[in-house]
Design a protein around this ligand. Sequence first.
Ligand code: ZN
Length: 212
Amino acid sequence: MKIIDWILDFLFPTRCPRCHEFVSKSKMWHEKCLLETILIHSTKIESSLAISKYRGGTRELITDLKFNGRKSRVKVIEILLERAFESSNILQKFISKPNLIAVPVPIHPEREKLRGFNQADLIFRNWLKLHGVEMQCLLKRVVETAPSFKLNAEERMKNISGAFELDGDVNGKSILLVDDILTTGTTVMECSRILKLGGAKSIRILVLASDY
Ligand SMILES: [Zn+2]
């Protein structure tokens, strides 16, 4: 370990996002905790893949990023993504389709202004670029909808219908739609519908976490 790392560790100890014990700043995760957090699975939505469950380390990282504005958590998430990639042929194949373009699920501009970033974009942009997939913001959110936890499936679809519009040309393109969490899937389904209307050739969905 370099002296500077040792000093930084001493001054600002890093805690593992899963077990909250101290961990070296250069690793950011305990090996065991990192491996336990990665749980690549498909969700109930067609052509989708989630990197982990929405609990433990991942839940904490997403909450810290979105609601406490801790952008530095992205580095910890990127370590998780890269380890998931190294360990999973399924994930490797999923993002290595030729000419794949990543599109983040957009948040409303007002909310983005308040938060300072779109978490879906921030989580995936650098890591996907590393693997040859460029991010393009080809969707925009035009309506901010009320939270939909209490609604049933049909009401949720109605609630989100019309919330998104195209923000660029998607005709004939292969899209990798990315988001932080997939809960009921209505958001990504509505985004997919808009992308298909715009002529997207194929749509895959990649999320950091899902219990769905
Ligand atoms: Zn740990």
